[in-house]
Design a protein around this ligand. Structure first.
Ligand SMILES: *Cc1c(COP(=O)(O)O)cnc(C)c1O
Length: 413
């Protein structure tokens, strides 16, 4: 049973509590949407202002060398590597997740077993991943890129010797259900399938072991759990065994072996650098870098333990304190199958979330009926869980969500 006393005790013993002070979060605000947009780290403000004043403003073009701008896609990749269990040099930062989906799927199809052209994914995937494959189909033809999308419960049964590439989002962004990444990767590779994991809801949410799982490619997001800022650059991982055997079609000059020779022929770099495309977005990279600095000494096992305690507590408290109000848990109760978010279905999900936001509990809504709450152990306390459920209880008991303005859908939900 999670009582207020017990939660306060957990806060008092929390080894991660000190990280909360790294973030700009207003008093009284309970931010349960760091799985969609991480909050602003205090050091990011200083870092970006310095980047503008000193680096761009004063040192101008010399900053490419003097302030290491040129190396940011590589240096930041090396900062992400320990968070997702990868070796240095295997991760490059840049472009959006969508663009990195395109690069990785195209590259994977190139090294897939001959005669295979099917990319397998699931209906639970974040739609942009599927859209990017549909775009690739337009470009190279469906005969070279066939997309097969199955229910998440059917993925394992579909790992056959006909499949070229498997692309899955490790955590269902609606329900928070988490795949067994290690088991599925092994099963797929036993059938000769190239495996790509989308880690948007994994990187910074719990430990990931890219090397240990033997994953071929991975991609992920900078602005969710990594707190890199709105639209922050994304990342791409390419296993070392593929680094000089695989090519991707966006052959820009920053992936060239020697970009400053300005030759007319594209010659790819010998390493994962060939997955870098154009000039790095320096200001955005500086913001992401500051966000990543916070991660450098975080113990990922402590992070996972706190995340599971927070989500366990939230589930239990909503189900007991709000038992009569018609919420249905959409997230697995089984700890091993849960990411770092909790979703409840409710027929009035949208207006209830608007009422919660008005009461300073920020989560979000995913059609058709899900209230979604992200739990980010670096800045969410156990007391926050108690207070959030308390405010939800009042909203339900007083029907505070029953206002016409709460039913008007905004462009971003
Ligand atoms: C958030 C998210 C994206 C976002 O892609 P962008 O190109 O940054 O808009 C892609 N895939 C998944 C699985 C996501 O969760």
């Amino acid at each position: 049973m999670y009582t207020l006393e017990k939660l306060q005790e957990l806060d008092a013993q929390d080894p991660l509590a000190r990280y909360r002070d790294e973030f700009e979060l207003a008093d009284g605000l309970i931010y349960l949407d760091g799985n969609s947009l991480g909050p602003l780290p205090k050091r990011t403000k200083e870092r970006v202002i310095k980047g503008i004043d000193v680096e761009w403003g004063t040192d101008l073009i010399t900053s490419w060398n003097k302030h290491g701008w040129m190396n940011k896609p590589h240096d930041l990749g090396d900062m992400i590597a320990p968070i997702v269990g990868a070796d240095k040099g295997t991760i490059k930062v840049g472009d959006s997740t969508s663009v990195n989906v395109f690069k990785s799927v195209a590259a994977a199809l190139k090294i897939a077993k001959s005669g295979r052209s099917i990319v397998l994914s699931d209906t639970a995937n974040f739609p942009t991943d599927l859209y990017m494959i549909q775009g690739l189909q337009e470009l190279i033809g469906k005969e070279n890129c066939e997309l097969k999308v199955v229910d998440e419960t059917e993925v394992e049964a579909n790992l056959t010797e006909e499949i070229a590439v498997l692309l899955l989002n490790e955590v269902n962004f609606r329900t928070g259900r988490k795949y067994d990444m290690h088991a599925i990767t092994q099963q797929a590779q036993a059938k000769g399938i190239i495996v790509i994991w989308d880690l948007c809801h994994s990187a910074g949410a719990f430990p990931v072991d890219l090397k240990g799982t033997n994953t071929d490619f991975a991609i992920g997001c900078g602005y969710k759990y990594l707190n890199g800022g709105p639209g922050a650059p994304a990342f791409i991982y390419v296993a070392d065994r593929h680094k000089d055997a695989v090519i991707q079609p966006l052959s820009g000059w920053h992936g060239h072996k020697s970009p400053f020779e300005f030759s007319t022929e594209y010659v790819p770099s010998d390493t994962q650098t060939r997955f870098v495309v154009g000039t790095p977005p320096v200001l955005s990279l500086l913001a992401l870098e500051a966000g990543l600095e916070i991660w450098q000494d975080v113990d990922m096992q402590q992070l996972r333990e706190k995340s599971l305690n927070l989500t366990d507590a939230f589930i239990e408290l909503v189900e007991t304190r709000c038992a009569e109000y018609g919420f249905t848990l959409a997230t697995p109760r089984e700890r091993a199958q849960r990411g770092s978010q909790v979703s409840f279905a409710h027929k009035d999900g949208y207006p209830i979330m608007q009422a919660l936001i008005a009461d300073k509990v920020i989560g979000d809504f995913r059609a058709p009926n899900l209230l979604r709450f992200g739990f980010t152990p670096l800045y969410t306390s156990y007391q926050d869980v108690w207070d959030a459920v308390e405010r939800l209880h009042v909203i339900m008991a007083d029907k505070k969500y029953d206002k016409p303005e709460y039913r008007v859908k905004a462009a971003v939900t």
